[in-house]
Design a protein around this ligand. Structure first.
Ligand code: GLU
Length: 298
């Protein structure tokens, strides 16, 4: 009897040690190194004919291009260094499917205007950051996906009653990010003469709060994240005037990797992972998970 008790005690002790060890391990690793809940790290992955994948394997890490100031999508906690958001989770899911753990992801922050250069130079292996798939960008980079569809909208101060849609911007100071599709649309459609541009949307949001601009325009998914931070100060107008299908950017000529990443996104949609990742990030704002868009294989 005595012996049984001591064995049991030993077992409990071992369990405690194992738990403590596990917890300690969980705190280590790169910023944002939380495991993707329920997404197993694939073993013995091969992507024949993919130079990008070969380079990732050689280095033992994935260099993931991201945004770090877009709540709900891609944001870095300034105190913990952790990255969270739907784009980040999509990136981790793809990395896991390619055989890389969250600790093997190196995050590199790339603003909208620098994406094509960063990808085509090989500074990043994959880019996941509210990156609209379109024909002009396809001349320079490849896209897997889309994994989400957003639409251009407007963010204004909560007490503004004059801006109610894109046709009410004449004479208003409108801010957006350099090199983005929304800033191009404002100019092409001549929605206002007074366009202010910054590298990052958070700079536009600061300018909106400070009264230097009257509206920020970009994808609704991005703007909703900012509005949710200070709903008493900011609101999204809610009139969507474009379609922004989000792709995972990569080397234009690496068709093998593009096919593989498309397969991974498709699998995540089929097995419910996609919906879970959405619910844990963008879905927290209260918008229920949409149907994921069909993958475009070109
Ligand atoms: N989705 C748009 C784009 O790719 C706007 C968001 C962004 O700048 O990342 O240009």
């Amino acid at each position: 009897m005595r012996r049984v008790v001591s064995v049991r005690t030993l077992g409990v002790l071992l369990a405690v040690v194992a738990l403590a060890f596990g917890a300690a391990c969980g705190r280590e690793g790169s910023p944002g190194g939380q495991p993707v809940a329920g997404v197993p790290i694939a073993q013995n992955v091969q992507v024949p004919g993919s130079p990008t994948f070969a380079a990732m394997q050689q280095r033992g890490r994935v260099v993931l291009g991201v945004k770090n100031d877009q709540p709900g999508l891609g944001i870095q906690d300034p105190t913990t260094g952790q990255y969270t958001g739907f784009d980040i989770e999509i990136g981790r899911m793809v990395a896991a499917g390619l055989g890389f753990s969250p600790e093997q992801i190196e995050y590199r922050v790339i603003p909208s205007a620098a994406r094509e250069d960063a990808i085509s130079r090989g500074d990043v292996d994959l880019y996941v950051g509210t990156y609209t798939i379109n024909d002009s960008r396809k001349q320079r980079v490849g896209f897997a996906g889309p994994y989400f569809v957003a639409g251009q909208d407007l963010l204004v101060r909560a007490d503004d009653t004059t801006i109610t849609g894109p046709q009410t911007l004449q004479g208003k100071r409108v801010c957006s990010a350099t090199g983005s599709t929304p800033i191009q649309r404002v100019r092409q459609q001549n929605l206002t003469q007074n366009v202010v541009e910054f590298q990052n949307y958070s700079q536009c949001v600061d300018a909106l709060r400070g009264g230097q601009v009257d509206a920020v325009t970009t994808d609704n998914a991005i703007l909703q994240g900012y509005a949710a931070q200070t709903p008493d100060q900011l609101k999204v107008v809610g009139v969507v005037f474009s379609e922004e299908p989000y792709g995972i950017g990569m080397n234009r000529d690496d068709v093998a990797l593009r096919n593989k990443v498309n397969d991974l996104v498709q699998a995540s949609e089929n097995d419910g992972t996609w919906t879970r990742l959405y619910n844990e990030t963008l879905g927290r704002s209260g918008t229920p998970a949409p149907q994921p868009p069909p993958i475009e294989r070109y």
